[in-house]
Design a protein around this ligand. Structure first.
Ligand SMILES: [Ca+2]
Ligand SMILES: [Ca+2]
Length: 495
């Protein structure tokens, strides 16, 4: 009996040390989030003057999802979706509030980093990972083991740089050059902290290291040396059409009815369009340089060969396209995001034109790291495409902005349906700027029907506590309610 006990103990002990060794061999994850970064980055080619040498290098040693889209065109719902592995239409989280753990149904949801923690990973975060950083301060320990600086804006001018805007003059709605140092920016601190963590990471435990950058989110404060990289003339402006909204449904305006972002007309009248475009491009390049610092530290750390790097942004941003600045739309400039993977198990130089969703991050990272799959995730693993860029994928990318408003992006087309039934349909192969709404053309009827079948089957109303960018629609009365105020069809569109 004694011998049997000893034998069992021996088996148990070797199983435990095997599990520990197994866990130590698992790849690390370097999880880099950018805020409000649209497709104006080298690997996506959304702006011919974009300068992102570090993302370009990462793309060379990894795979770029060329057709990746957010699940919601706004920080909180998009990030909640990434981190919980659930669609906004499932959680009902569409606005800047609530924090998902304050919604009873989701309070105990095992988030992506929490799942890695249960598998023996050391989890660390700095900057903007969730909309609220990495959870409300008093509850951060539940979300990550170790947390660094909050990041955010950092150095700010004594007063706003741009004139008061007609849309509520929001304090964040600002941009331009003022004298300060890179070292005084929140994103610089986030990068410095990530560099330190990589330099000191233990070799016997895998890590999940999350670094969340704030720029090019407004306010796009930048210094002269960064903005000087972009011409101070109209060649920096995106190409737009003044009549672009004439064939978009009225409901498309409701999605961003009274946002703090000024419309294009105000930007031009106040000579701010070029200033914002240059400040945004310069902010993107500044963030690319911070990512470069982190990637260089990864190379120097000896962990690079065993670390999955993923860079993603929570949604895009309009800079005049469709006559607006801002997000909160279901068009390409607002939904398309950088999504780049590199590291063990990822094809070098892969370019995938199949649709991908940020929602796929959760199952993809589990599979790349050899962790057990979960059945309660709504995304699908991108590993087949990361191994072979031509591997087909049936599922399109879905973006939702409040209940009833959805976009379905396939490899070539975009279908949009609003809560009142209005539709749009675009051929991205021939019309990359989505200038011509084809929804009324009978020849696209069956193609549109094919896309319509992908509309979310679950389409929840806003969760309790929803606020800030919440839109509801009552079909019986044809009444839309934006931020708690009724909008009638006869109301003039705010400019
Ligand atoms: Ca954002
Ligand atoms: Ca148009």
């Amino acid at each position: 009996m004694k011998t049997l006990c000893r034998l069992l103990l021996l088996v148990a002990a070797s199983a435990a040390s095997f599990a520990a060794a197994e866990s130590a061999r698992r790849p690390n994850v370097l999880f880099i989030a950018i805020d409000d970064q649209n497709d104006w980055v080298g690997p996506l080619g959304g702006h011919r003057l974009a300068q992102t040498p570090n993302l370009d290098r990462l793309a060379q040693r990894g795979t770029v999802m060329l057709n990746a889209h957010c699940q919601a065109p706004l920080c909180n719902p998009s990030r909640t979706s990434v981190m919980t592995g659930l669609r906004p239409t499932t959680t009902g989280i569409y606005g800047l509030a609530p924090w998902f753990r304050d919604v009873a149904t989701w309070s105990d949801r095992v988030s992506l980093p929490q799942h890695f923690r249960t598998q023996g990973y050391r989890t660390l975060a700095a900057g903007k990972i969730y909309h609220s950083g990495f959870g409300p301060r008093e509850r951060q320990a539940k979300e990550f083991d170790i947390w660094g600086p909050d990041g955010g804006v950092g150095a700010q001018p004594p007063a706003k740089l741009i004139p008061a805007t007609p849309m509520g003059n929001h304090p964040l709605m600002d941009w331009g050059v003022f004298p300060h140092r890179d070292e005084h920016k929140g994103d610089y601190h986030v990068a410095s902290w990530a560099v330190e963590q990589l330099q000191t990471a233990p070799k016997d435990q895998p890590f999940f290291l999350a670094a969340g950058f704030f720029l090019p989110h407004v306010p796009c404060y930048i210094t002269q040396k960064w903005i000087d990289r972009f011409p101070d003339d109209d060649t920096v402006l995106p190409v737009i059409r003044r009549d672009d909204r004439e064939d978009t449904p009225r409901f498309s305006w409701y999605l961003h009815w009274r946002l703090p972002e000024p419309r294009l007309r105000w930007m031009e009248e106040n000579r701010q369009w070029r200033n914002l475009v240059r400040s945004y491009l310069a902010s993107t390049t500044f963030i690319d340089a911070q990512i470069g610092r982190v990637l260089q530290a990864l190379e120097a750390s000896g962990h690079a060969d065993n670390t999955i790097v993923v860079v993603w942004s929570d949604h895009g941003y309009h800079l005049g396209e469709k006559l607006i600045t801002g997000k909160n739309t279901l068009w390409e400039r607002s939904t398309r995001v950088p999504l780049i993977f590199a590291g063990p198990g990822v094809n070098q130089g892969g370019r995938v034109s199949q649709p991908a969703e940020l929602l796929d991050l959760y199952p993809t990272l589990l599979e790349l790291c050899g962790l057990p799959a979960r059945r309660d995730l709504e995304g699908v693993s991108l590993v087949p495409q990361l191994q072979n860029p031509r591997e087909p994928r049936e599922r399109p990318a879905i973006t939702s902005h409040n209940q009833g408003n959805h976009s379905v992006r396939s490899e070539r087309w975009r279908y949009i349906r609003y809560a009142d039934g209005a539709e749009e349909f675009y051929d991205l192969a021939n019309d990359p700027n989505e200038w011509t709404n084809l929804a009324a053309r009978p020849e696209h009827g069956s193609r549109m029907a094919g896309h319509r079948q992908w509309l979310p089957k679950i389409d929840q109303p806003p969760a309790p506590g929803s606020a800030n960018r919440v839109l509801t629609y009552n079909p019986a009365t044809d009444e839309a309610v934006w931020e708690g105020a009724g909008v009638r069809r006869s109301d003039p569109i705010p400019e």
